[in-house]
Each structure stands twice: as C-alpha cells, then as structure tokens.
Design a protein around this ligand. Structure first.
Ligand code: HEM
Length: 394
C-alpha cells in the first residue's frame, strides 16, 4: 500500500497540525538508534509526564543564569585559542561552543577537564548527530547505525556512568544536585521508571538537540551578517548592537530552520480547521521553508533576509522553526532569547546564547577568510556548511 503524504505549506495549518493530539511524531523513525523513547519521540501521557518534569529546567530564572553566569566564561574559554591564532573555523567552533553548554544542560560531567576528554565527548556528539540524521545520510546506513550503537555504549561507560554515580552520591548525602536533565531523571526514577539505555539516549539526545541546532544556527547567522555587512558598508556599527544581532539570529532561523521539515503520523482521521482532511495512517509533512515564508504572515518579501522586518503580533520572529504545541522546543528561550518588546528595559533583556556567541565574534572583528572560502558539507543531503574559515581583525 502506498503511503499517503499530506504536505503543509501555510502558517495557520502548520500551527493546527502542531497542536493536534492525534498527530504523532514521525521525524526520527530512521534515527531510532539515538532517538528511540527520547522526549521528542514520546506521545500522549508519556510525553506529558516527562516534559512536565524536564520543563522545570528551562524556566526564565535558569535561562538567565545560563546567559549571565554560565555561558560567558564558556564562550571566552572556547574562543581564546582561536583569538590567539587570529583565525577560526566556524563549523567546528560552533559545535565546540554549543556542546560545552549542552553538556551542562544534559548533565554530562567532564571530571578530568582536559582538552582530550572534551575532544572525546565531541567525537561522541558528532556520531550521535549522524545517528539522529541517518535518514539524510548518503553512505552505508546500516554500518553507520552499528557504529553509533557502539558509541552509545562507550559514551555510557565513559561519561554517563560517572555522572550518574556523582549524582547518586549527592542524593545519598542530601546535597543539592546540579540543574540538569540527568539529575531530573534520577530524582524522578520512581515515576518515570526508565531503563538504563533510555536514560543514556535521553542524555545523548539533549546533548545533540542543544548543540547541533544551535551550532548550525551560529554559522548561518554569522554568514548572513557577513553578507549584510557587504551589502550595507555604511552600517558597519550595527553588528555591535546586541538587539540587531538577535534580530539577525531570529531572521536567519526563520529562513533556514535547523530542521527544514517537521513530520507527524495521523493516528485517526483528522479534519484541520481549514477543512483539509487527513486520513488515518497518513504522514503529514510540515514544510517549514514554505511555512516560514508564508506571504500571508510575513508579507511579499518573505523570502528576503530583512532583520528589520515588522512582525505581526502573536507571530514569533523566527516563525515556526522551534515548532509549536506539545513538542515545541524546550530550549528555544535558551538558544534565541526572548523577542524584544517596546518599552522593555534592554538591561533586563535575555538575548539568547546563539546571538550572544555571534556577538562575541563580531566584537573581536570577525571577517570571512579572504584566502579560504567556505565550503558546503557533501556527506549529507542537507545544506550545511562543511568548513567556514574566518579571521579576526582587531
Ligand atoms: C537554534 C536552536 C534550536 C532549534 C532551531 C531547535 C529546534 C527544535 C524543534 C523544531 C523542535 C520540535 C520538533 C518537533 O516538533 O518535531 C525542538 C524540540 C526540542 N528541542 Fe530544540 N532547538 C534548538 C535548540 C535547543 C536547545 C538549546 C535545547 C536544549 C537545551 C533543545 C532541546 C529540545 C528538546 C528537548 C526538544 C523536544 C521537546 C519535546 O518533544 O517536548 N533545543 N527543537
């Protein structure tokens, strides 16, 4: 029997699909090796119960603590060797930066604190990304899945187990736990009752959900800003305006969502508010590239990169790139901050970690390397940069 596919290209229908309780996650079926039973793949009560517990980690006070206290020293430490060298490669730098943050959100300790240990964690992260995006892998998928499975086991032994043991000791001693996903899972094990491999995958999933999407956005925003500067040489100072850099981040994420589609399975026959009928068993594909350029919401010039565009009330400046409804990205405020509202105090504003990291590059005079142009990644069908050399001019 051929599969019925329903493609959604308008903003209003997409919101309706995201909200519908009889539409179940379908995006990661091929990435099960990392994604089986992790939050984004759960449905109904199982999803609600785990989400409710993990939500506590992403409240405004925690986001503020990350942005103001935890992340600035991580950005500085990660950036310093590149500043000393006068150059950097953005794709790698973005992953290193965002992994360092995501490791603390996920609850992956690095007890040795050595560069070699961080390099090994980075290698795990890259394999997990390949596992989660197997559907787009252009090489031998079965061999890659086996490699990722072995990596998960090694990741458990090297990183998860010591992190679990440290937290169990803290629990036994009635001492405070770090604010991270692993601590939440361990303290609520009586309610969640998760097998060990699910705990390992949930931690691995947070590592990659936090790092890969933000790292991809980091490179793309920087690229858009370079192009903006080329086109507007008289506006060179705009890159030192943090609100402008945040708007460029939102506009980049709208035009280039980290995941260009969302997908759901219809569990029953469904009728959307628009009147569109979706038969049970159909796969619903939300085409985010189209949805985020819907002229009914973003106007006639929706295709253009315009960080100063006016956005209607009730519409997020990054469109639906963080999803919506029950699976809406748990880390969106952490990654992209809050949209600035007129009258708000800039000193109180949270800009988000991607804008803050990009800002730091421009504060150090980042420019594309004139002798080494960027290249695309040809190991995947998706449009990722493979290499993006930059230089710093002070
Ligand atoms: C630019 C950065 C990011 C983008 C574009 C992004 C995008 C998304 C999208 C589109 C979804 C929804 C998937 C769906 O409905 O099928 C999602 C879910 C999720 N994201 Fe993000 N994300 C980003 C950063 C982060 C960060 C920093 C974290 C963690 C700290 C994170 C953790 C998650 C989790 C746990 C979910 C699953 C939520 C659930 O199913 O209830 N993301 N993200």
């Amino acid at each position: 029997m051929t599969e019925t596919i329903v493609t959604i290209t308008t903003f209003d229908e997409a919101k309706d699909v995201y909200r519908h309780k009889d539409l179940r996650q379908a995006l990661y079926d091929a990435g099960e090796v990392v994604m089986a039973d992790v939050l984004v793949n759960l449905h109904g009560a199982a999803h609600r119960d785990r989400r409710r517990l993990e939500n506590r980690l992403f409240r405004r006070d925690t986001v503020e603590r990350y942005e103001h206290e935890l992340f600035p020293p991580i950005i500085d430490a990660t950036l310093q060797p590149h500043l000393d060298a006068g150059r950097a490669e953005l794709v790698d730098l973005g992953h290193q930066l965002m992994m360092n943050l995501a490791a603390s959100t996920a609850g992956v300790d690095r007890p040795l604190g050595t560069p070699a240990e961080t390099a090994r964690l980075y290698d795990y992260l890259m394999r997990f990304i390949e596992g989660a995006t197997l559907a787009h892998y252009t090489g031998d998928r079965e061999a890659k899945a086996a490699e990722v499975r072995a990596k998960l086991e090694a990741f458990d032994t090297e990183f998860v187990e010591p992190s679990v043991q440290r937290r169990l000791k803290l629990i036994a001693a009635h001492e405070p736990l770090p604010h991270d996903v692993l601590s939440v899972l361990l303290t609520n094990q009586d309610q969640l009752d998760l097998p060990r491999e699910v705990v390992v995958r949930e931690v691995a999933f947070y590592l990659l959900a936090g790092a890969h999407t933000s790292a991809t956005a980091f490179t793309r925003v920087t690229h858009h800003l370079f192009r903006w500067l080329e086109a507007h040489p008289d506006e060179a100072d705009a890159v030192h305006d943090r609100l402008f850099v945040q708007r460029c981040t939102h506009e980049t994420i709208r035009l280039q969502p980290s995941s260009p589609v969302a997908a759901r399975w219809a569990l029953t026959d469904i009728e959307l508010r628009s009147g569109r009928k979706i038969p049970a068993g159909a796969k619903v594909i939300i085409d985010l590239l189209a949805v985020n350029r819907d002229p009914a919401v973003f106007g006639d010039r929706a295709d253009e990169f315009d960080p100063r565009r006016e956005i209607a009330d009730g519409v997020a400046p990054y469109g639906l790139s963080f999803g919506s409804g029950m699976h809406a990205c748990i880390g969106q405020d952490l990654a992209a901050g809050y949209a600035f509202t007129d009258g708000e105090d800039v000193a109180e504003h949270l800009f988000g970690l991607v804008p803050e990291a990009v800002q730091r590059l421009f504060d150090h005079g980042a420019r594309p390397d004139p002798h080494d142009p960027p290249e695309m990644d040809d190991s995947t069908a998706r449009p990722y940069f493979g290499r993006y050399p930059i230089v710093f001019h002070r």
